[in-house]
Design a protein around this ligand. Sequence first.
Ligand code: HSE
Length: 435
Amino acid sequence: MKPVNVGIVGLGTVGSGTFNVLYRNAEDIARRAGREILVTHVGARRDHPNADTSGVRVSRDIFAVVDDPEVDILVELIGGTSTARELVLKAIANGKHVVTANKALIAEHGNEIFAAAQKEGVNVAFEAAVAGGIPIIKAIREGLAANRIDWVAGIINGTGNYILTEMGDKGRAFDEVLKEAQALGYAEADPTFDVEGIDAAHKLTIIASIAFGIPLQFSKIYTEGISHITRADVAYAEELGYKIKHLGMTRQTATGVELRVHPTLIPERRLIANVNGVMNAVMVQSDAVGPTLYYGPGAGSEPTASAVVADVVDVARALTTDPNNRVPHLAFRADSLSDTPILPIADVVTGFYLRMEVKDQPGVLAKIAAALSDADINIEAIIQKDQLDANSPVPLIMIVRQVLESKMNDALDKIRALDVLAEDIVRIRLETLGP
Ligand code: HSE
């Protein structure tokens, strides 16, 4: 059978990895795809020291790859949203299939891109956009197709997980660990994407769509990063039997879909609580199979290339199939997507970790407990620490059981009004991730 010609645009960390994996494993890949897969054109503004492109057509104008009639599949690895969107829409209009690792592009422009692809009868594959090398899109979209999915929880930002792990294991400071993560090459070009949760929000937006058959709705996700997490909170949480992870959580409820990324306490006995360093993990709770957990490298050159190349193979296999009978982009057929609303964060129910730095006076604990009890909030655990010196406040740490977020906020406002706090309350959501 005629070989499939691939054009790679972007020869950075993932682009060079993709180029090298396609070459190194060409024979096995051809045996799997049923035909040879050749990189015939690379579009890159500069060469990459780890990718030897001699013998391959290289264009500095990346749009030359999109306009190359010989290219069957465009692999978009430039990142960003504006040029990437233009490039991908042009490729689709030119009748090319697209493989991308670009989570921001899919989360923010996926609805438009998939509609264009559907119209042209081409495929857009994006396994590498979520959790790097973990085949989570395929697992949810195909492997779990029998199930009603209840919720998906994921540690889907390696940089954030690395920072929290180092803070917990070695008591290291946030800024120092962030610099190290950047040097290791895992961090986004703009590190706020990692530490403020935007990267995880992009990925969770995609997961929610394929899990629940809803359009991509990045503008509605609740996003909170890890920059306010302190070493003390990590240590107190561990004392209470929990790990703090930056978790993406999407759940289907009777009234809508929860869609949120934020630091979260997870019981340390859960496997996912022990996913450390730059590793990612996604846990899916579904009705037929029950809980399943997917673990692996969420970033890096060849781990991400592994997902990109798998998509290339999938697309190559599907080239001769009827476009109407391919696996739908968002798992559910485009004409069957549901309009279930995304719930505002005030309507979400979680447990909470609370840390209050309180004045050392009789009756303070009683007043706080009364404010919580008046709101029907159930305290699960409480610890009070010694003062550092006679004038410093006393750290009071509590875990409270599941409560509606708006109710928790009201109770915290009442505690603030008691005039017993030396500084504002720290609160971190808690998920048990049990059945
Ligand atoms: N910056 C991302 C991370 C890379 O740290 O997980 C993969 O999307």
